[in-house]
Design a protein around this ligand. Structure first.
Ligand code: TLP
Length: 345
């Protein structure tokens, strides 16, 4: 089985398992777990922020950021296809009590103009607009990358409107590798950033939220309130410290996604926009097969390749560290054969 559903399916390496077994631990709610403290220190340094907080998941990291930046009844601006809008179970309204202003294609160019269009002054009718959330890379955009120049312009515009900017950087290292820049150049254009250790970097669990010391002090309290105060969690932080050294290998995943995209773009019945395959995510439009993407990925799974449907006509394939170039060639053949079988039964 070649599993291309997500880069979340990676398994911890032997090195990680050994580090987890040997980790020196303490009670992190008392701030006494040396391995967590080290992970937070190194993460802050790498990501270029004053302080960092270890959280169990990317979702919790994003939600704590929203809670910390806003008050109940505030409005936050997000892309309508962002993870925060689509895949976090409505948590921003559930916990922070904010209203999501979802903007179509916010992250797909002309972001500054779209931000100006969406922003409104607080008045008797309008809530206080407080936060802009970016996502780089943009998952449902096909893992597309927002260039550094755009990040700078957007941050400047948002600060001009007195908005905070939170970056959902679940895959921020994919972005920095694709852009060939230091990750700090991206994160200097936001007030807070969340990145995942458990995606392409291969840790079994964990994400990091980073920002100013003041922001992280407040965030730490919200993490506790959300039930995310963990105890001898250095056993997980130990894997995270190894994950932080894995960013360089993401270029292999990008090459593999590109290779898969090249194979699939020549298959009749599938549409793949090669220009959008910039990192490790590929979206294939299967409208030409006259079938629902859910049924397509069901058949594909029986044939030996796993993918996920992201809408009724789009399937998503994600490359990651368990997938080699040979797997990609095999997967391409399996997909081609299935598509030709569907078109000429
Ligand atoms: N994304 C997962 C699914 O939830 C869709 C995936 O397979 O891609 N931000 C972004 C941009 C993400 O892609 C994800 C996970 C998260 C946040 C949340 O991370 P977790 O799953 O750790 O809560």
């Amino acid at each position: 089985m070649i599993d291309l559903r997500s880069d979340t399916v990676t398994l911890p390496s032997e090195e990680m398992r050994e580090a987890m077994a040997r980790a020196v631990v303490g009670d992190d709610v008392y701030g006494e777990d040396p391995t967590v403290n080290e992970l937070e220190r190194v993460s802050a340094e790498i990501i270029g922020k004053e302080a960092a907080l270890f959280v169990p998941t990317g979702t919790m990291g994003n939600q704590i950021a929203i809670l910390t930046h806003t008050l109940r009844g505030d409005e936050i601006i997000v892309d309508e296809l962002s993870h925060i809008a689509l895949y976090e179970v409505g948590a921003a309204s559930m916990f922070a009590g904010v209203q999501l202003r979802t903007i179509p294609n916010l992250l797909e160019g002309d972001t500054v103009e779209k931000l100006y269009g969406a922003y409104r002054e607080s008045n008797i009718h309008a809530p206080r607009c407080r936060l802009l959330c970016l996502e780089n890379t943009f998952n449902i955009g096909s893992g597309t990358v927002m260039p550094l120049k755009d990040m700078r312009l957007v941050y400047k515009a948002a600060r001009g409107l007195s908005l905070f900017v939170h970056l959902d950087g679940a895959r921020i290292f994919n972005a920095s590798i694709a852009l060939g820049c230091d990750v700090k150049e991206l994160t200097e254009n936001c007030d807070s950033v969340m990145f995942c250790l458990s995606k392409g970097l291969g840790a079994p669990v964990g994400s990091i939220l980073a920002g100013s010391k003041e922001f992280i002090n407040a965030a730490r309290k919200y993490r506790k309130a959300m039930g995310g105060g963990m105890r001898q969690v250095g056993v997980l932080a130990a894997a995270g410290l190894i994950a932080l050294k894995m960013a360089e290998r993401l270029s292999v995943d990008h090459d593999n996604a590109r290779l898969l995209a090249q194979h699939l773009s020549s298959v009749d019945g599938l549409k793949v926009d090669l220009s959008r395959v910039q990192t490790n995510i590929l979206l294939a439009d299967i409208s030409g097969l006259n079938m629902d993407a859910g049924s397509f990925v069901g058949k594909l799974s029986k044939a030996g390749v796993k993918a996920v449907p992201v809408s009724s006509r789009v399937a998503r394939f994600v490359t990651h560290k368990e997938v080699t170039k040979d797997h990609i060639i095999q997967a391409s053949t399996i997909i081609k054969n299935l598509v030709s079988h569907i078109l000429t039964p």
